[in-house]
Design a protein around this ligand. Structure first.
Ligand SMILES: [Mg+2]
Length: 363
């Protein structure tokens, strides 16, 4: 059904057996924007292993998993098809997932308002320190996005901002209880389908690296409170806090990860975590060493997130971008940077279907 649509659009000229999609790759490399008037072709429902949800006739314009067809954009379909086939050929034991946290795993809008970030949701018991941190935000946030500051200088400013903020958290006597309360009071939610995605990846033994310039302890708490379970395949690379026996923050562990050095720390911090994952994985003969996981699915909401896989020496990477705001102004750069772009705060269900299509469950 869908390959016929592709053929009608001039995107695909050679029929392929449904069970072995997407071989051969389509010949076109032009931009594909899926419109709501056409069946959703890709990558949501092309495999026999894909289960489609919410496809009632009343959901006009909805695609698989409730994603509007107009909200899925592929820049280079040839390239994407080749990468999908390469990752499928490599098998789940060669794949790892690297994901940004804020506005990638979490929704951009929650209850009609901008969703909280892992850093922004934190409320210390001492309001004076919340105000001090907010003052830092007002000072440094415009600098972060200023086009007039050279990158090197900006990087130093970000380091300064993060370290001052962390110092205020220690000085203000942050407790783990305050983190827990902050998360439960925060306007934050995972995209629909994140739990399902984690479950499928866990079943397949595929590790997930959550990479964030926020706070690891908060991300862990959000995972606990919102997903109500833990996953042995998930590791968080972020700023980790150190608490004393009374549950008070005393220090931060390791190097500070801020918005402009997520890349440089990917190597330093991800490597030992991957080793750890490899140890914790299923028997070596089945899953192999995590070091051998040279295929990557990367999820991010900024073009800078693509740097999260720097230094991993991957063979094949499929990058999935979530473009949440100023779509008109950013779509061109996003579709060039990412293999596939989800628009308008789309749910994670398209990624769920993509993984299922790569490695369908045995019936
Ligand atoms: Mg983000």
């Amino acid at each position: 059904m869908n390959f016929r649509w592709l053929q009608r659009q001039g995107i695909l000229t050679v029929p392929f057996p449904r069970s072995s999609f997407p071989v051969p790759p389509p010949p076109s490399s032009r931009l594909v924007v899926f419109r709501s008037s056409a069946p959703c072709p890709f990558p949501l429902n092309f495999s026999s292993g894909v289960k489609v949800r919410n496809r009632s006739s009343s959901s006009m314009g909805d695609c698989c998993g409730g994603i509007k067809e107009s909200d899925v954009v592929v820049g280079d379909s040839d390239s994407l098809h080749r990468k999908l086939q390469s990752i499928r050929d490599g098998g789940p034991h060669k794949l790892q997932v690297i994901a940004d946290f804020d506005s990638t795993l979490t929704k951009f809008l929650v209850n009609g308002k901008r969703g909280a970030t892992s850093h922004g949701l934190l409320q210390q018991d001492n309001p004076e320190y919340n105000a001090k941190r907010h003052q830092l935000y007002l000072h440094y946030h415009p600098l972060e996005f200023s086009p007039n500051i050279p990158l090197q200088e900006k990087t130093m400013l970000m380091e300064e901002w993060w370290e001052k903020t962390h110092a205020l958290l220690v000085e203000g006597g942050l407790t783990y209880d305050a983190i827990s309360r902050s998360v439960s009071n925060a306007n934050i939610a995972f995209r629909d389908g994140v739990l399902e995605l984690f479950q499928i990846l866990e079943e397949l033994g595929i590790p997930v690296l959550i990479f964030s310039a926020g706070l690891a302890d908060i991300i862990e708490e959000v995972l606990r409170q919102k997903l109500h379970r833990s996953f042995k395949n998930i590791k968080i690379v972020s700023n980790h806090m150190q608490f004393d026996d009374a549950g008070c923050l005393v220090a931060f562990k390791g190097k500070t990860i801020h918005s402009l050095n997520k890349n440089e720390h990917a190597l330093d911090m991800a490597a030992p975590l991957h080793e750890q994952l490899g140890d914790a994985d299923a028997p070596a003969q089945e899953n192999g060493s995590v070091k051998m996981r040279t295929n990557v699915i990367l999820l991010g909401d900024h073009i800078g997130d693509l740097g999260m896989s720097d230094g991993l020496n991957y063979d094949t990477r499929i990058s999935l971008g979530f473009l949440n705001q100023d779509i008109e102004g950013n779509l061109d750069s996003y579709r060039k940077a990412f293999d596939l772009v989800y628009l308008n705060d789309a749910p994670m269900l398209g990624v769920v279907d993509l993984v299922r299509s790569l490695f369908p469950a045995e019936s």
